[in-house]
Ligand binder design. Structure first.
Ligand code: DSN
Length: 421
């Protein structure tokens, strides 16, 4: 049974209730290494499931188009103030529905269709919305892309500067979805200033690390900071845009009425709760433990002969190139899932394989750190990954590993759910 119980759902819609139960158990029993996922706290879960979902509130606190905003205004103001305090920014908009709409709002705020945008190429570690070809941002704007060096697996800022001077982008994105190394915000800011571009730091992956002091902050360097709220920041699925005061009006106007209608007030409340949690000393310790776990896991993988893009990690994320292991990313990820280790197959820089069947695996330590795992468990996880890669078609071996993992995780509670006693 689901603990805490979901009795109304179980009666009204047993099909959905059953699937929620199954998903909760799946999350409980797996070593979850998807770098963009986490386990939110019970308080965040509760805020997400409140009557706030019943309310429409187009506009911003004090300037709404519907009546009855006495409580919603206070909730959104709390979320805004907490975001400003936590990240040290002059302005925060907590209404974007998720990361892609947040980034699209940035285009709307600063560009006209056809204008040039510079971002990291998706196969190099960037994000779809940083101007990749299949995204609206790559179709409606003129994208130019930087990557990483083949020899280091890291961004070469001299190459980024040369590209910016040649292409004169109006908007530059830094950050992405598969970058295992620290992002040099001051260097990106200097390049943006040289070409008079707006610098957008997409911190979706590292927001929690920044909040906890385990990664440098772009505040004071980037004109705009875009983030989702559900990755290392450990909040509900949502997003925020933060900026200098000079860009506040343009950002707000682009989010509403430019792109969106009513904000999701239950999500806003849950973001406020997550931001309050992220301002605590416990969260700072959590952020540093995420990085310590990633270091330990990276070292253990290297000891077992895994080839890591850039040779390691500075943050929560590890990108493994499986080429030398003789197995592609997709079959490896499937076998790992059967063995109780959940991650995603991923392109690696200069990948000769196709994106739907690439050479790599992406791992992250945010969720397992929430579960309470520390450096001492990382060698065992690396060993299970190694054993699985060597036995991708051996269902007996994969089942044995899954059982060992269930045994380990039973000692580490999952926030918001526990199996029936
Ligand atoms: N889907 C997210 C990730 O996994 O990194 C990015 O949008």
């Amino acid at each position: 049974m689901h603990q805490p119980p979901i009795p109304h759902l179980a009666v009204t819609d047993p099909d959905i209730a059953g699937l929620v139960q199954a998903e909760a158990r799946r999350q409980y029993e797996k070593i979850r290494l998807i770098a963009s996922e986490n386990y939110v706290s019970p308080a965040v879960l509760e805020a997400t499931g409140t009557v706030l979902t019943n309310k429409y509130s187009e506009g911003y606190p004090g300037r709404r188009y519907y009546e009855g905003q006495q409580n919603i205004d206070l909730i959104e103001t709390l979320a805004i103030d907490r975001a400003k305090g936590l990240f040290g920014v002059e302005h925060a908009n907590v209404q974007p529905y998720s990361g892609s709409p947040a980034n699209l709002a940035v285009y709307l705020a600063f560009l006209r269709p056809g204008d040039t945008v510079m971002g990291m190429a998706l196969p190099m570690g960037g994000h779809l919305t940083h101007g990749w070809s299949v995204s609206a941002t790559g179709k409606w704007f003129n994208p130019v892309r930087y990557g990483v060096r083949a020899d280091t697996g890291r961004v070469d800022l001299d190459e980024v500067r040369d590209l910016a001077l040649r292409e004169r982008p109006k908007l530059i994105f830094c950050g992405g979805t598969a970058i295992p190394r620290t992002i040099d915000y001051p260097a990106f800011a200097a390049i943006a200033a040289e070409v008079d571009a707006i610098l957008v730091a997409d911190i979706a992956h590292v927001a929690g690390l920044i909040a906890g002091g385990a990664h440098p902050s772009p505040a004071g360097h980037a004109d705009v900071i875009s983030t989702t709220t559900h990755k290392t920041l450990r909040g509900p699925r949502g997003a925020m845009l933060m900026s200098t005061a000079a860009h506040a009006a343009a950002i707000d106007k682009a989010v509403f009425p430019g792109l969106q209608g009513g904000p999701h007030n239950h999500t806003t409340a849950a973001i406020a709760v997550a931001l309050r949690e992220a301002a605590t000393e416990e969260f700072a310790a959590y952020a540093h433990q995420i990085v310590a776990n990633a270091h330990a896991l990276a070292e253990a993988l290297i000891e077992r002969g895994f080839d890591l893009v850039s040779g390691g990690t500075d943050n929560h994320l590890i990108l493994v190139d499986l080429t030398g292991k003789g197995v592609a990313g997709k079959p490896a990820a499937r076998a790992l899932d059967l063995a109780g280790i959940e991650l995603n197959y991923n392109t690696v820089p200069f990948d000769p394989r196709k994106p739907f069947d690439p050479s790599g695996l992406r791992l992250g330590t945010a969720a397992i750190t929430t579960r309470g795992l520390t450096e001492s468990q990382m060698p065992a996880i690396a060993a299970w990954i190694d054993q699985t890669i060597k036995a991708v078609d051996d269902e007996t071996a994969l089942g044995r590993i899954a059982a060992e993992i269930r045994d380990l995780l039973a000692a580490y509670p999952m926030p918001g759910w526990s199996p029936a006693p």
